[in-house]
Design a protein around this ligand. Structure first.
Ligand SMILES: [Zn+2]
Length: 90
């Protein structure tokens, strides 16, 4: 068994994009999704429930748990066709 050292996660600088469905101090962690042509960055996961992009200040990886405050859903990050997606966790 090999134990490769884990590559450090990239950090991201977040900016408020004007998403106003959550309290002001959390706005930078969300943005509106631009539809299928909207390419998500390494720190972004689409909430499948409300179609809002949840953002983190560090790179998101498979198995992470994130919380969508816009619709109060807990998501687990999974890899589907090479892309990261948020799946609802019950
Ligand atoms: Zn949501």
């Amino acid at each position: 068994m090999s134990h490769e050292p884990e590559v450090p996660r990239k950090r991201y600088e977040l900016e408020d994009t004007g998403f106003d469905e959550v309290p002001r101090k959390y706005r930078k962690y969300y943005r509106r999704w631009g539809g299928e042509s909207d390419e998500l960055a390494g720190n972004e996961v689409l909430c499948p429930v409300c179609k809002v992009v949840v953002r983190s200040n560090r790179e998101v990886r498979e198995g992470d748990r994130i919380y969508c405050m816009a619709c109060m859903t807990r998501l687990r990050v999974v890899r589907v066709d090479g892309r990261l997606e948020g799946h609802v966790e019950y």
